[in-house]
Design a protein around this ligand. Structure first.
Ligand code: AMP
Length: 281
């Protein structure tokens, strides 16, 4: 495993790697866990070389406290990557290196994909994501880039971005990796007390039952039922719960024939914001 911290070193190293076959890119913000590991393993299986970027991107944080508290575990991250992809290339630039002078996001037109759910509650978040993902894709020019369905809206937005910009890369969506109680793995889970982390399994349980109900009940009935679960749990504060078309991400009020739906939610527990989603049909 090799680690580079400047764009110049990255591009110099990539010249050699590209000559040996296809490149896969796994963009991350570090504090790596088994969810990230699944993306890295898949990329390592499908490509001659894998580039893992570790960069806590300031322009996608709408909340400065969240940015400051974001876990940074560089040594453990490198150990994890070394163990699963010994010939990976790690790119871990500083903010100044990545943004040169101006750490502010570009403005994209994501055709409304960014206006709902995460976008409605996190101002400019997806412009920040788009900015850093575009930079990474242009720098690394991989054949494939791997993103988790944990951030399903982000996955759709990155697919839209690469299509609009005509970037020749295949965006691969990877299934959500969960803890034993069903809680979607996240770097933010570390900030929960052990008791809350256990209780947070209710998020996955609720989505699973919502999926069962979705077979026979209306969209509004399922949503009301799921919201009711969290209303009855005072330690959880539900931010949103939507059932949306998987392609347009438009929240639905009624089922349409031939449309695939997914439920999406964000909830606060002990001041930690947790997101999850699940296919409903
Ligand atoms: P992050 O470091 O949180 O920006 O995540 C980097 C990538 O890992 C994103 O594409 C995430 O969607 C993905 N990821 C994070 N958690 C999980 C998980 N539990 N399962 C699958 N992918 C994940």
């Amino acid at each position: 495993m090799q680690r580079v911290q400047t764009k110049r070193e990255l591009q110099k190293t990539l010249v050699k790697l590209r000559a040996q076959g296809s490149l896969g890119l796994v963009p991350t913000m570090g504090a790596l866990h088994k969810g990230h590991a699944s993306l890295i393993e898949r990329s390592a299986r499908e490509n001659a070389h894998t580039v893992v970027s570790i960069f806590v991107n300031p322009t996608q944080f709408n909340n400065q406290a969240d940015l400051q508290h974001y876990p940074r575990t560089a040594e453990a991250d490198l150990d994890l990557i070394r163990a699963i992809a010994p010939n990976a290339l790690v790119f871990s630039p500083s903010v100044a290196e990545m943004y040169t002078q101006d750490p502010s996001p570009k403005t994209y037109d994501f055709h409304g994909l960014d206006k709902v759910m995460e976008g409605a509650f996190r101002d400019d978040h997806f412009n920040g994501v788009g900015t850093v993902v575009e930079m990474l894709l242009r720098l690394v020019a991989p054949q494939k880039a791997y993103f988790g369905e944990k951030d399903f809206q982000q996955l759709r937005i990155v697919q839209k971005l690469t299509k609009t910009l005509n970037l020749p890369v295949d965006i691969v969506g990877c299934p959500i990796v969960r803890e034993a109680n069903g809680l979607a793995m996240s770097s933010r889970n570390e900030r929960l007390s052990p008791e809350a982390r256990q209780r947070a399994g209710i998020i996955h349980q609720t989505l699973t039952t919502a999926k069962e109900k979705f077979g026979t009940e209306s969209v509004l009935e399922v949503k009301e039922w799921a919201k009711g679960v969290f209303d009855a749990l005072p330690r959880f504060t539900l931010e949103y719960l939507e059932i949306a078309d998987v392609d347009t991400l438009t929240p639905a009020n009624k089922k349409q024939k031939g449309t695939a739906y997914r439920a999406f939610m964000a909830v606060y527990l002990e001041d930690v914001r947790l997101i999850d989603n699940m296919a409903m049909n």
